[in-house]
Design a protein around this ligand. Structure first.
Ligand code: 5RP
Length: 227
Protein backbone atom coordinates (compact mmCIF):
# COMPACT_ATOMS: atom_id res chain seq x y z
CA UNK A 1 0.00 0.00 0.00
CA UNK A 2 1.48 3.38 -0.88
CA UNK A 3 1.46 6.41 1.42
CA UNK A 4 -1.49 8.17 -0.28
CA UNK A 5 -3.63 5.05 -0.10
CA UNK A 6 -2.67 4.38 3.51
CA UNK A 7 -3.58 7.88 4.66
CA UNK A 8 -6.80 7.99 2.63
CA UNK A 9 -8.02 4.76 4.19
CA UNK A 10 -7.06 5.96 7.67
CA UNK A 11 -9.07 9.17 7.24
CA UNK A 12 -12.19 7.16 6.39
CA UNK A 13 -12.09 5.72 9.93
CA UNK A 14 -13.07 9.19 11.20
CA UNK A 15 -16.36 9.09 9.29
CA UNK A 16 -19.29 8.26 11.59
CA UNK A 17 -22.80 7.12 10.79
CA UNK A 18 -25.10 10.02 9.85
CA UNK A 19 -22.38 12.55 9.06
CA UNK A 20 -22.37 15.17 6.32
CA UNK A 21 -18.88 14.70 4.89
CA UNK A 22 -16.94 17.08 2.66
CA UNK A 23 -15.15 15.10 -0.06
CA UNK A 24 -11.82 16.43 -1.28
CA UNK A 25 -10.18 16.40 -4.71
CA UNK A 26 -6.99 14.75 -5.90
CA UNK A 27 -5.17 11.44 -5.88
CA UNK A 28 -4.99 11.20 -2.07
CA UNK A 29 -8.63 12.20 -1.53
CA UNK A 30 -9.66 9.62 -4.14
CA UNK A 31 -8.55 6.84 -1.77
CA UNK A 32 -10.64 8.40 0.97
CA UNK A 33 -13.74 8.72 -1.24
CA UNK A 34 -13.45 5.10 -2.38
CA UNK A 35 -13.10 3.87 1.19
CA UNK A 36 -16.13 5.87 2.36
CA UNK A 37 -18.09 4.28 -0.49
CA UNK A 38 -16.91 0.84 0.62
CA UNK A 39 -18.04 1.54 4.19
CA UNK A 40 -21.46 2.67 2.92
CA UNK A 41 -21.80 -0.53 0.88
CA UNK A 42 -20.37 -3.05 3.31
CA UNK A 43 -20.87 -1.53 6.77
CA UNK A 44 -24.20 0.07 5.84
CA UNK A 45 -23.30 3.45 7.36
CA UNK A 46 -25.30 6.47 6.23
CA UNK A 47 -23.22 9.30 4.84
CA UNK A 48 -24.17 12.39 2.87
CA UNK A 49 -21.30 13.70 0.76
CA UNK A 50 -20.64 17.28 -0.29
CA UNK A 51 -18.31 17.49 -3.24
CA UNK A 52 -15.41 19.94 -3.63
CA UNK A 53 -15.18 19.74 -7.43
CA UNK A 54 -16.59 18.31 -10.62
CA UNK A 55 -13.91 15.60 -10.59
CA UNK A 56 -14.92 14.66 -7.07
CA UNK A 57 -18.63 14.63 -7.96
CA UNK A 58 -18.03 12.26 -10.86
CA UNK A 59 -16.02 9.93 -8.64
CA UNK A 60 -18.50 10.04 -5.76
CA UNK A 61 -21.45 9.36 -8.09
CA UNK A 62 -19.63 6.47 -9.75
CA UNK A 63 -18.90 5.03 -6.30
CA UNK A 64 -22.54 5.44 -5.20
CA UNK A 65 -22.07 8.08 -2.49
CA UNK A 66 -25.23 10.20 -2.08
CA UNK A 67 -24.38 13.86 -2.67
CA UNK A 68 -26.00 17.09 -1.60
CA UNK A 69 -24.99 20.34 -3.36
CA UNK A 70 -23.08 22.89 -1.26
CA UNK A 71 -25.92 25.40 -1.64
CA UNK A 72 -28.25 23.08 0.28
CA UNK A 73 -26.21 22.68 3.45
CA UNK A 74 -25.58 24.95 6.44
CA UNK A 75 -22.56 23.10 7.76
CA UNK A 76 -20.34 20.08 7.20
CA UNK A 77 -19.43 17.68 10.01
CA UNK A 78 -16.11 16.54 8.61
CA UNK A 79 -14.07 17.53 5.58
CA UNK A 80 -11.20 15.39 4.32
CA UNK A 81 -8.82 16.59 1.63
CA UNK A 82 -5.24 16.52 0.45
CA UNK A 83 -2.84 19.43 0.08
CA UNK A 84 0.13 20.47 -2.03
CA UNK A 85 2.09 21.83 0.93
CA UNK A 86 1.46 21.81 4.68
CA UNK A 87 3.47 23.96 7.11
CA UNK A 88 4.00 23.43 10.88
CA UNK A 89 0.82 25.47 11.70
CA UNK A 90 -1.18 23.30 9.29
CA UNK A 91 -1.31 26.20 6.86
CA UNK A 92 -1.59 24.90 3.32
CA UNK A 93 -1.20 25.61 -0.34
CA UNK A 94 -3.94 23.83 -2.29
CA UNK A 95 -5.20 23.96 -5.85
CA UNK A 96 -2.88 21.87 -8.03
CA UNK A 97 -6.15 20.43 -9.33
CA UNK A 98 -7.67 23.94 -9.74
CA UNK A 99 -10.39 23.04 -7.24
CA UNK A 100 -9.39 25.39 -4.40
CA UNK A 101 -12.53 27.56 -4.52
CA UNK A 102 -14.87 24.60 -3.94
CA UNK A 103 -12.38 23.20 -1.45
CA UNK A 104 -12.20 26.41 0.58
CA UNK A 105 -16.00 26.53 0.76
CA UNK A 106 -15.90 23.20 2.58
CA UNK A 107 -12.88 24.14 4.71
CA UNK A 108 -14.79 27.17 5.91
CA UNK A 109 -18.06 25.27 6.53
CA UNK A 110 -16.70 22.21 8.31
CA UNK A 111 -16.57 21.53 12.03
CA UNK A 112 -13.45 19.39 11.60
CA UNK A 113 -10.91 19.19 8.80
CA UNK A 114 -8.69 16.18 8.25
CA UNK A 115 -5.72 16.96 6.02
CA UNK A 116 -4.30 13.88 4.34
CA UNK A 117 -0.77 14.06 3.01
CA UNK A 118 2.32 12.03 2.34
CA UNK A 119 5.69 13.16 3.71
CA UNK A 120 6.57 15.01 0.48
CA UNK A 121 3.85 17.57 1.25
CA UNK A 122 5.27 18.60 4.63
CA UNK A 123 7.34 21.78 4.36
CA UNK A 124 8.98 24.10 6.89
CA UNK A 125 7.61 27.13 5.02
CA UNK A 126 4.90 27.53 2.39
CA UNK A 127 5.95 28.28 -1.16
CA UNK A 128 8.87 25.84 -1.04
CA UNK A 129 7.66 23.78 -3.98
CA UNK A 130 4.30 25.05 -5.23
CA UNK A 131 2.99 28.39 -6.51
CA UNK A 132 -0.20 29.85 -5.09
CA UNK A 133 -3.05 29.28 -7.55
CA UNK A 134 -5.40 32.23 -7.95
CA UNK A 135 -8.77 31.73 -9.66
CA UNK A 136 -9.77 34.83 -11.65
CA UNK A 137 -12.70 35.90 -13.76
CA UNK A 138 -11.49 35.69 -17.39
CA UNK A 139 -12.21 39.37 -17.98
CA UNK A 140 -10.07 40.30 -14.98
CA UNK A 141 -7.06 38.07 -15.62
CA UNK A 142 -4.78 40.77 -17.01
CA UNK A 143 -5.57 43.30 -14.27
CA UNK A 144 -5.28 40.65 -11.53
CA UNK A 145 -1.90 39.62 -12.97
CA UNK A 146 -0.75 43.25 -12.64
CA UNK A 147 -2.16 43.30 -9.08
CA UNK A 148 -0.22 40.15 -8.17
CA UNK A 149 2.97 41.71 -9.56
CA UNK A 150 2.33 44.79 -7.41
CA UNK A 151 2.23 42.43 -4.41
CA UNK A 152 5.67 41.07 -5.35
CA UNK A 153 4.42 37.97 -7.15
CA UNK A 154 5.11 36.42 -10.54
CA UNK A 155 1.86 35.16 -12.10
CA UNK A 156 1.69 32.55 -14.85
CA UNK A 157 -1.51 31.61 -16.64
CA UNK A 158 -2.05 27.88 -16.13
CA UNK A 159 -2.28 26.10 -19.46
CA UNK A 160 -4.23 22.93 -20.10
CA UNK A 161 -2.27 19.82 -21.00
CA UNK A 162 -3.34 16.99 -23.25
CA UNK A 163 -7.05 17.05 -24.02
CA UNK A 164 -7.60 20.79 -24.42
CA UNK A 165 -5.82 23.68 -26.14
CA UNK A 166 -5.40 26.97 -24.33
CA UNK A 167 -5.73 27.70 -20.64
CA UNK A 168 -7.16 25.60 -17.83
CA UNK A 169 -10.79 26.59 -17.23
CA UNK A 170 -11.98 25.94 -13.68
CA UNK A 171 -15.22 24.23 -12.66
CA UNK A 172 -16.62 27.76 -12.29
CA UNK A 173 -15.59 28.87 -15.79
CA UNK A 174 -12.62 30.92 -14.61
CA UNK A 175 -8.87 31.03 -15.30
CA UNK A 176 -6.01 30.12 -12.97
CA UNK A 177 -2.93 32.28 -12.37
CA UNK A 178 -0.15 30.41 -10.57
CA UNK A 179 1.76 32.95 -8.53
CA UNK A 180 5.19 32.58 -6.96
CA UNK A 181 6.32 35.07 -4.35
CA UNK A 182 9.81 35.83 -3.07
CA UNK A 183 11.40 33.90 -0.21
CA UNK A 184 9.44 33.96 3.04
CA UNK A 185 6.73 36.51 2.21
CA UNK A 186 4.09 37.60 4.74
CA UNK A 187 1.55 34.93 3.77
CA UNK A 188 -1.24 36.28 5.99
CA UNK A 189 -0.94 39.71 4.43
CA UNK A 190 -0.90 38.11 0.96
CA UNK A 191 -3.99 36.05 1.81
CA UNK A 192 -5.92 39.24 2.58
CA UNK A 193 -4.40 41.22 -0.31
CA UNK A 194 -5.26 38.54 -2.89
CA UNK A 195 -8.83 38.33 -1.56
CA UNK A 196 -9.10 42.11 -1.97
CA UNK A 197 -8.15 42.18 -5.67
CA UNK A 198 -11.29 42.73 -7.79
CA UNK A 199 -11.82 39.79 -10.14
CA UNK A 200 -10.23 37.24 -7.80
CA UNK A 201 -12.72 34.47 -7.07
CA UNK A 202 -10.47 32.67 -4.60
CA UNK A 203 -6.96 31.35 -4.08
CA UNK A 204 -5.08 28.37 -2.74
CA UNK A 205 -3.66 29.77 0.51
CA UNK A 206 -5.48 27.99 3.36
CA UNK A 207 -4.16 29.67 6.50
CA UNK A 208 -7.17 29.88 8.80
CA UNK A 209 -8.07 26.25 9.42
CA UNK A 210 -5.17 24.91 11.50
CA UNK A 211 -7.09 25.05 14.80
CA UNK A 212 -9.83 22.71 13.59
CA UNK A 213 -7.52 20.48 11.56
CA UNK A 214 -5.97 17.10 12.21
CA UNK A 215 -3.09 16.25 9.93
CA UNK A 216 -2.57 12.63 8.89
CA UNK A 217 0.82 12.03 7.32
CA UNK A 218 1.21 8.78 5.44
CA UNK A 219 4.46 6.96 4.80
CA UNK A 220 5.46 3.54 3.48
CA UNK A 221 5.12 2.08 6.96
CA UNK A 222 2.25 3.89 8.72
CA UNK A 223 0.30 7.06 9.43
CA UNK A 224 1.48 9.82 11.77
CA UNK A 225 -1.34 11.81 13.43
CA UNK A 226 -0.62 15.50 14.14
CA UNK A 227 -3.32 17.13 16.29
C1 5RP B 1 -6.75 19.99 -5.75
C2 5RP B 1 -6.00 19.99 -4.48
C3 5RP B 1 -5.49 18.67 -4.00
O1 5RP B 1 -6.08 18.38 -2.77
C4 5RP B 1 -4.00 18.73 -3.87
O2 5RP B 1 -3.46 19.15 -5.11
C5 5RP B 1 -3.40 17.38 -3.49
O3 5RP B 1 -3.55 16.48 -4.55
P1 5RP B 1 -2.90 15.04 -4.54
O4 5RP B 1 -3.53 14.30 -3.41
O5 5RP B 1 -3.23 14.46 -5.89
O6 5RP B 1 -1.41 15.19 -4.35
O7 5RP B 1 -5.81 20.98 -3.82
O8 5RP B 1 -7.13 21.28 -6.12
Amino acid sequence: MDAKQRVGLKAAEYVKDGMIVGLGTGSTATWFVREVARRIREEKITVTGVSSSLACSLLAKAEGIPLVPPDQIDSVDLYVDGADEVDPDKGMIKGRGAAMVGEKLLAEACASFIIIADESKIVPRLGAKFPVPVEVMPSASRLVARGIEALGGKPTLRMAAGGKDGPVVSDNGNLILDATFGPDPDWRALDAALNALPGVVGHGLFLRYGAKSTLLVGSATGVRVVI
